[in-house]
Design a binder for this molecule. Structure first.
Ligand code: ATP
Ligand code: MG
Length: 585
């Protein structure tokens, strides 16, 4: 836990050590200052005024010092809290940016969101509000114990014996809430995920679930969260009550012991009684900081749960970076005996794939849904590492390239088009932030977006809405194509949408892909005949294996799977034309 906390602090670890040292010193100062109460009272009760005044002055000076020191400790704590909030979020962001895409399941994404918003906040309040009373509250009683021993050893012995019991109760109470806390965090993250899903998938939910059915999954999740929240509240209250009882019980035991000694001294109320009375005052001061510890320990436990969640995210292994990175020579792509399995127990979704894609050429990948086309593309872009075999770009294994050089080499149009909130121009510039207006306009033209922009009153400045919701599926797709084209990377990977584009735009994009011949290597997962026909080379995937490859002419002549694919597409488009004619009056 401490390791994770230090990781979140990043470069601020020395400041954290300084803060801890200052807090420990504050505890010692405070303990010593409270201890001066003993000589003050002893001298007062024995009527030794000059000595009492001297100790009183020491007490006042100690209190002033403690007050000033505490302010410095608190400032240092707040500084650390800010460092955790800023540095911690950056550290988590940088870490997850290196994780393989497979890590981003809906569950993990929801946990990440939860940890970044709530978790870092809970951890940041530790140095700001919790650690100072916890640390000083543990040290002050220890210092007072030493003074008590000097003053009244038997009473000090009772206090000493109570300490391990108190620690045991505190540990027990933290264990009491830990599991409930974990369950609550899980349900909280799941509910956040369901909320977002509920908002984003409204059209699907309304289409399929009618009256209120769409809220069922969200309602279930909310119910689980409510139950685990109740469980956590009950256990946390029980733990707080237990801690408070333990401290009160210690206090009662000390009072009882002091009472017994006073009773014993009843016949001879000389020096002994004074010591017991002064010791009793110290006992009161001994209990106060323990109360503080008892009330803050629950917050510490909550933050501990969040730190464990953060630890779990940081423990996910990033794709390894090479120690001696290499630069690709050109845009050629080679796959040698590549197999991929998403999980150890899962099936091979790609099996023994061998491919050579020359630089500057265009390759179309075709195959049934689930045959492994997107997975193959993801391996080239190193979203995952191959389970077996190797993927090379420009003669260099992708695992030997730095992430930056791989990113520079590849431009992609993904199957799931995703636009960020902002204008169309902003979204295109994600591909190349420093692109000139002329470059943006050229990418727009090549992606077949010119007509669309002319129809939009605000043109390139049109806001796309969340996830691109204000654009049609085809328009979204073309913005992502413009975003990929503007980068002018040596390799362009396109996971074509099956039905988002109309024939006219499809032809524009096919023409654009064709026009990049010699300038960049294009690998296109193709569903449209226009695109497939433009390819220099066609690869047919079936059940994770390359079952056919060659030029379009050769494959058409061979009468194999590609020939059947052509036939199916022709029949499908023929059916569409026939249907359209039938609808005409
Ligand atoms: N992240 C993942 N985790 C586990 N299995 C996956 C993952 N992504 C894909 N698969 C599985 O791998 C297989 C190949 O999927 P892939 O997405 O590569 O197919 P595809 O050929 O692109 O299909 P489509 O034409 O429908 O896009 C499928 O059985 C799919 O269920
Ligand atoms: Mg796919």
């Amino acid at each position: 836990m401490l390791k994770t906390f230090i990781q979140l602090l990043g470069g601020h670890a020395p400041a954290a050590r300084r803060y801890l040292l200052m807090t420990v010193l504050y505890g010692v100062f405070s303990g010593l200052t409270i201890s001066t109460l003993a000589p003050v009272m002893l001298h007062l009760l024995n009527n030794e005024m000059p000595a009492a005044s001297a100790w009183l002055a020491a007490l006042a000076a100690g209190m002033a010092l403690c007050w000033a020191w505490r302010r410095r400790v608190e400032q240092a704590g707040i500084g650390l809290a800010v460092a955790v909030l800023q540095g911690g979020r950056q550290h988590l962001g940088a870490h997850v940016a290196q994780l393989p895409l497979g890590w981003f399941t809906p569950d993990n994404s929801a946990r990440l969101g939860h940890v970044i918003t709530q978790g870092t906040m809970a951890v940041a309040q530790l140095p700001a509000h919790v650690l100072t009373p916890l640390i000083s509250g543990s040290i002050i009683p220890l210092v007072l114990l030493v003074t008590l021993f000097a003053l009244h050893p038997p009473l000090a012995l009772v206090a000493l014996m109570a300490l391990p019991l108190l620690v045991a109760v505190l540990l027990f109470s933290t264990r009491l809430g830990r599991r409930a806390d974990h369950r609550f965090q899980q349900h909280f993250a799941a509910t956040s995920q369901r909320m977002v899903e509920f908002a984003q998938a409204q059209s699907v939910l309304r289409a399929f679930n009618g009256d209120g059915g769409g809220t069922r999954l969200l309602a279930q999740s909310l119910e689980q969260q409510r139950n685990s929240g109740m469980g956590l509240i009950i256990r946390a209250s029980l733990a707080a009550l237990l801690n408070s009882w333990a401290v009160q019980a210690t206090f009662a035991a000390l009072l009882l012991a002091a009472g017994l000694w006073l009773g014993d001294l009843a016949g001879d109320p000389a020096e002994g009684a004074v010591a017991v009375i002064v010791a009793l005052v110290l006992v009161c001061r001994f209990i106060d900081p323990l109360q503080d510890v008892a009330s803050h320990v629950e917050i510490l436990r909550g933050a501990h749960g969040q730190l464990q969640e953060i630890e779990r995210i940081l423990a996910a292994t990033p794709l390894p970076e090479p120690t001696l990175p290499l630069q690709p020579l050109d845009g050629a792509i080679d796959l040698h005996g590549v197999s991929l399995r998403y999980s150890a127990a899962g099936p091979d979704v790609l099996r023994g794939v061998n491919l050579h894609i020359p630089a500057g050429s265009m390759t179309a990948i075709i195959g049934a849904s689930g045959s492994g086309k997107t997975s193959l593309m993801h391996l080239i872009a190193r979203f995952f590492d191959a389970t077996q075999g190797r993927v090379q770009i420009g003669g260099v294994d992708v695992r030997k390239m730095t992430r930056a050089s791989l990113t520079d080499s590849i431009s992609q149009v993904l199957q799931d088009t995703w636009l960020f909130q902002g204008s169309i121009a902003d979204n295109i510039r994600i591909g190349k932030p420093d692109a000139s207006d002329a470059e943006v306009l050229q990418a727009v033209r090549m992606a077949g977006l010119t007509g669309t922009l002319e129809r939009l009153p605000e043109g390139l400045a049109t806001a796309v809405g969340e996830g691109g919701a204000r654009l049609s599926g085809g328009e979204r797709q073309r913005v992502t194509i413009a975003r990929a084209l503007i980068r002018q990377a040596p390799v362009l990977l396109v996971d074509e949408a099956t039905a988002a584009l109309d024939a006219e735009n499809q032809a524009v994009i096919a023409q654009t892909l064709h026009s990049l011949r010699g300038r960049c290597t294009r690998v296109v997962i193709a569903h449209q005949l226009d695109t497939v026909a433009m390819a220099d080379h066609i690869v047919v995937l079936e059940d994770g294996q390359v079952v056919e490859q060659g030029t379009p002419a050769a494959l058409r002549a061979s009468g194999g799977r590609y020939a059947r694919f052509l036939e199916q597409r022709r029949t499908a488009s023929g059916w569409r034309i026939a249907a359209a004619q039938a609808e005409q009056p």
